[in-house]
Design a protein around this ligand. Structure first.
Ligand code: ATP
Ligand code: MG
Length: 320
């Protein structure tokens, strides 16, 4: 079977190293092999906050991040939720295929509720994984390059596809998640590195901002640097970051630092990250806002055409 790749990000802020090692690197490899759709999930911004914020600015920055890491709009269809109303129509029959208790059990939704800035948890928070099923299935996506937090959502999509096919006849494939080199990169506070949690190293940050962020990271007072994820998670996290950027093992880097202490570790990690991101940051500056507007307009038109076809097929299968 020929794969179709679908993945995406919420326009809630700049992409970070977690995105890179969780998903972006895989996208850049896959774009040469399969048709690929990348979704800017703008409606999902209001799952965990009351207002969409600087949504247009964030969408532009997200597109610039894509171009900077090497996602090629000549090969990839980049589009946004709010431009494809057919996705919302797919959501309705899909919602009928999952139970309320299944929606309540989702561990990623529970984690996001814990970090939400909303006073009350909205219905969208519980149902967005089903919306995500529409995102993936509208183009009959089969391969979904994502971080670990997305695994429960891909499971929901598989469930929706399976149940739809059982009830109405074979329409959808059951997609597979594909995790990157680091499926869950920790942020500088020890929790999941997230755009919205103030703990991320943005791909687009300056070298000085990167240095300041790493300087602030908590470590411990033991001068001998060792890689011990259980007992020294903060130290291990900086070693992991440096290792990913240098293509070396964290143990090897710990041995090199020896008794240099936290300051030597932070210096090495800062240089590793800045060195790694330098070409990405340089490429980012080569693209214009006009260019990204054009990319999105073309992507939206192509994705909409695909969505209309799938919605027709769904209506026919359901006898509507
Ligand atoms: P927000 O805090 O606004 O939810 P986020 O950093 O979690 O932002 P998303 O847009 O929700 O980013 O996720 C986009 C993609 O990046 C998903 O596939 C997700 O699994 C992946 N991803 C996000 N954070 C990490 C991380 N720390 N490590 C690995 N992958 C990640
Ligand atoms: Mg998220």
């Amino acid at each position: 079977m020929n794969d179709v790749v679908l993945t995406g990000d919420r326009p809630t802020g700049p992409l970070h190293l977690g995105h890179y090692f969780g998903s972006l690197a895989n996208r850049v490899t896959l774009q040469d092999k399969f048709p690929m759709y990348v979704l800017i999930a703008d409606y999902q911004v209001i799952t965990d906050r009351d207002l969409p914020g600087a949504i247009q600015r964030n969408i532009t920055e997200l597109l610039l991040d894509y171009l900077a890491v090497g996602i090629d709009p000549a090969k990839v269809t980049i589009f946004q939720h709010s431009a494809i109303p057919e996705l919302n129509q797919l959501l309705l029959p899909f919602l009928s295929l999952v139970s309320v208790s299944e929606l309540h059990r989702n561990p990623t939704v529970k984690d996001e509720i814990a970090h939400s800035s909303q006073r009350a948890v909205s219905g969208l928070m519980f149902t967005y994984p089903v919306h995500q099923a529409a995102d993936i299935l509208f183009c009959k996506g089969t391969l979904v390059p994502v971080g670990k937090d997305q695994l429960p959502h891909v499971e929901v999509t598989r469930l929706v596809a399976r149940r739809f096919n059982e009830r109405y006849g074979e329409v959808f494939p059951e997609p597979e998640a594909m995790m990157g080199e680091r499926p869950l990169l920790q942020g500088l506070d020890g929790g999941k590195m997230s755009k919205s949690r103030g703990n991320a190293i943005a791909l687009s940050a300056t070298e000085d901002e990167t240095a300041a962020l790493i300087r602030k990271a908590r470590t411990d007072s033991d001068r001998v640097i060792t890689f011990d994820e259980t007992h020294r998670p903060q130290v291990a996290n900086l070693l992991t970051l440096a290792g990913l950027c240098l293509g070396r093992s964290p143990q090897d880097i710990a041995d090199e630092i020896g008794d240099g202490g936290a300051s030597a570790l932070k210096k090495l990690a800062t240089e590793a990250v800045n060195e790694f991101l330098r070409p990405i940051r340089r490429r980012r500056a080569e693209h214009t806002e006009e260019e990204v507007r054009q990319v999105l307009a073309e992507g939206n038109a192509a994705a909409r055409e695909r969505a209309i076809m799938t919605l027709e097929e769904v209506r026919a299968a359901m006898g509507f």
